[in-house]
Design a protein around this ligand. Structure first.
Ligand code: AKB
Length: 311
């Protein structure tokens, strides 16, 4: 199928793998990767690459016009832990980039948008276990507030202007290709690198902090499935709950010890503990399963096996 796609924030943890998956599935020459920084060899040599600031409307519009872009995946964002350090910058990046892309949709310059939300939309008063799709939210982090506001904007642009925008609330994502940057769930990637390098990991969350997590292949498949679903099957235009697994650092360490029995872990919780404590432990994703057939394929054991193979 021929369709022209633009990925904003293609150098990040999700953007890198999403770009390569889209290039594999569609015509690679029509999948334009972009980021504010220079791309890796893999990204720049497998298809077009543009240096692009997602907060600059005119710059995005130029690229959209030049490549006759139909679909935009907006993956540029500042994540939870970094956003707590730079609240204004986080708000500006996360909101301006989204409104830029939604406005391109409103002006009919693009046909379809993917925008990632997060489990960070939930807050300390949200039911923690099996968190429902619709529930009390009240996020307590800058990142969570920006994601919740973003969800409201997405629904508003769909209802008011007919913009075809689609979204999922990603849990923590585990991948081997690109390191995450500035998130609260980053420990679940760092731990594998440190296990292999040093045989020990000091975790910034305490041992019993349960968080929803997902292996990257599942996240990419969910994203592409949602974007390919017929419009009529999408009943949620804010963002879908999405789940795969839920575990604590202690359980993750046990899973690693099955491959590396001498691995040790210790705990030194920092400011990210409070963020993690405000998020759900597990997520109810019934709506995603019913509306567009979502089904995860990776649990913790399978994830650990792949991470050890790939790293
Ligand atoms: C973070 O930890 O900030 C992100 C997220 C859950 O959205 N990984």
């Amino acid at each position: 199928m021929q369709k022209s796609i633009l990925i904003l924030g293609a150098c990040g943890q999700i953007g890198t793998e999403l770009t390569m998956a889209l290039r594999k599935k569609y015509n690679a020459e029509m999948v334009v990767a972009s980021d504010i920084r220079e791309g890796s060899q893999e990204l720049t040599q497998s298809g077009p690459f543009e240096i692009l600031d997602a907060t600059n409307y005119e710059a995005i519009e130029d690229v959209v016009m030049h490549y006759e872009i139909e679909e935009v995946y907006l993956m540029a964002a500042m994540l939870s832990a970094t956003a707590e350090k730079f609240p204004n910058r986080a708000w500006n990046l996360n909101m301006t980039s989204l409104l830029n892309v939604l406005d391109l949709g409103k002006e009919k310059k693009i046909d379809k948008i993917f925008w990632p939300s997060s489990i960070a939309v939930f807050g300390p008063n949200t039911p923690k276990d099996n968190t429902p799709q619709s529930t009390l939210m009240e996020p307590s982090t800058v990142y969570g507030i920006s994601k919740q506001a973003g969800e409201r904007w997405c629904e508003y642009y769909f209802n008011k202007y007919g913009v075809d925008v689609r979204s999922v609330r990603y849990p923590g994502l585990i991948s081997w290709k690109t390191l995450p940057g500035g998130g609260t769930t980053d420990y679940a990637v760092e731990i594998y690198h440190e296990a292999l390098k040093k045989g020990n990991y000091t975790c910034f969350l305490n041992q019993d902090t349960y968080l929803p997590m997902m292996y990257m292949d599942d996240a990419i498949r969910a994203t592409m499935t949602l974007m390919e679903a017929p419009s009529k099957s999408i009943s949620i235009r804010s963002s879908y709950n999405l789940a795969a697994m839920s575990f604590s650092p202690k359980e993750m360490a046990t899973s690693i010890q099955r491959h590396k029995p001498d691995f040790t872990i210790d705990y030194s919780p920092d400011f990210r503990q409070q963020i993690a404590d405000s998020w759900p432990s597990s997520i109810d994703d019934t709506m995603a399963r019913e509306d567009w057939g979502w089904q995860p394929q990776f649990d913790l054991e399978k994830t650990t096996k792949v991470m050890f193979e790939k790293l």
